[in-house]
Design a protein. Structure first.
Length: 342
C-alpha cells in the first residue's frame, strides 16, 4: 500500500477507479450498491489485504502482457471485477456475493487466478522479488498412499516382480479408488489365496490413506508479514529458483495463514495468441480485443457449434491468417464457418 493509506481505504480507492473505467458513463446504482455491500463486508472481516495482494499480482501480469483471469466464485464479486481480477460484468449477470464470501461459512477468501502456462513463472519470480524468500514460499501437498502406489511398494518388500505388481495396480480404475478386492487380484492374473500375494494385498490395503511424501502445490503461495522461516522451514524445490514449506495447504487454513493461488492454464496461452492474431487483423478499427470485450451471443458461432463444426475456417483470409477475421462477422454463405469467440 502507499504510505499513509489503510488497506480498506486503498481498496475502496482502487474499486472506485476501476468502476469508473468500466462504466465511463456513470456507475449504475445497482453496481454501486453491490460494491458498497462488499466493501463493508471486507472491512468487517479484515481481509482487504488479501484483495490488494491478488490485485498486485494481476496488475503486474497485465503490465507485462501476461493474460490472466480469476475464476470460480470470485466472479460473483463486483470488487474483483473493478480490480480487473475477473472479466465478468456484474451488470450482465445476477451476482451473489455470498457464493464467494459469507460470514456464516467462516472461510478465508480464495480467489483462483489462472495465468498463461508459458509465462506463469514470471509471476512466481515476481512474488519472490517483491516479498522476499523469507516471507514467500509455495505450500506443500501431502501425497497419500492409494491402491496403485500401495501395492507397487508393498510388492517390492515381498519380492513380487514389477510386472506382477504392475498388473495388480492396473486393475484399479483412476488414481484413487478403494482397497484391492479379490476379483481384482484375479483380473491381474494372480491367485488371491497365494500366501505371498494375499499378505501383500492385505498390507497394501492397510497402507491406503497413509502419508507417502510431500509434493509441491500447483501454485499456492504462502505470504506472511513476519518472516515465514521463523515458523516453518523453507526448502528449495526441484525446480530452480522455487522454494516451498513443509506444511500442507490444509494446515494453512487451521493456522489462518494467507495463501494466494498462482495457477497456470494452457488455454490462456492459446487465447492470448488468438487475440494477437485477431488484433493484427485490425478487426474493430484498431481497438484491442480482450476477454472482457469478446462479443457475446454470436448467432453464427452458436450455429457452428450446434452443428458440431468446431474447426474455425475463414472464407476471407485476413493478414495471411485464415480462420481469424470471420470470428466476429456474419456468415457470407452456408459454406463459410466462424471461429468461436470463446
Amino acid at each position: 500500500m502507499p504510505r499513509g493509506k489503510t488497506p480498506d481505504g486503498y481498496l475502496r480507492e482502487l474499486t472506485e477507479a476501476g468502476l469508473g473505467k468500466h462504466y465511463p458513463e456513470g456507475v449504475p446504482p445497482r453496481i454501486r450498491e453491490l460494491a458498497e455491500k462488499e466493501l463493508r463486508f471486507i472491512a468487517e472481516q479484515k481481509i482487504a489485504h488479501y484483495f490488494l495482494t491478488v490485485r498486485d499480482l494481476v496488475a503486474f501480469a497485465r503490465k507485462q502482457g501476461i493474460l490472466c483471469q480469476g475464476r470460480g466464485s470470485a466472479a460473483n464479486s463486483v470488487v474483483c471485477y473493478a480490480l480487473n481480477v475477473t472479466a465478468v460484468d456484474p451488470m450482465k449477470i445476477d451476482v451473489l456475493f455470498e457464493r464467494f464470501l459469507s460470514s456464516e461459512r467462516r472461510e478465508p477468501p480464495d480467489i483462483d487466478v489462472d495465468f498463461e502456462h508459458e509465462r506463469r513463472e514470471e509471476v512466481i519470480q515476481y512474488v519472490y522479488r517483491r516479498y522476499g524468500h523469507r516471507r514467500a514460499a509455495l505450500t506443500a501437498t501431502v501425497i497419500h498412499y492409494r491402491p496403485r502406489s500401495a501395492i507397487r511398494e508393498v510388492g517390492k518388500v515381498f519380492g513380487l516382480s514389477d510386472d506382477v505388481t504392475g498388473r495388480l495396480a492396473d486393475t484399479v480404475w483412476g488414481h484413487h479408488g478403494e482397497e484391492l478386492k479379490e476379483h481384482q487380484v484375479r483380473q491381474g492374473g494372480r491367485d488371491p489365496f497365494n500366501p505371498v500375494v494375499r499378505r501383500a494385498v492385505d498390507l497394501a490395503n492397510r497402507l491406503i490413506g497413509f502419508p507417502r511424501h510431500l509434493s509441491q502445490h500447483v501454485g499456492g503461495f504462502v505470504l506472511t508479514r513476519d518472516k515465514l522461516d521463523w515458523m516453518v522451514p523453507i526448502g528449495p524445490a526441484a525446480m530452480e529458483d522455487r522454494y516451498f514449506i513443509e506444511w500442507d495447504k490444509d494446515d494453512l487454513d487451521t493456522l489462518s495463514i494467507m495463501k494466494v493461488d498462482v495457477l497456470a492454464l494452457g488455454m490462456l496461452t492459446c487465447i492470448r495468441k488468438a487475440f494477437a492474431l485477431i488484433n493484427d487483423c485490425n478487426y474493430d478499427g484498431g481497438k484491442p480485443l480482450e476477454l472482457a470485450t469478446v462479443p457475446k451471443e454470436d448467432p453464427a458461432v452458436y450455429d457452428m457449434l450446434c452443428a458440431a463444426d468446431a474447426i474455425g475456417v475463414c472464407s476471407q483470409p485476413c493478414c495471411g491468417f485464415p480462420a481469424i477475421s470471420a470470428a466476429f462477422k456474419p456468415r457470407a454463405s452456408s459454406n463459410s464457418r466462424a471461429v468461436p469467440s470463446s
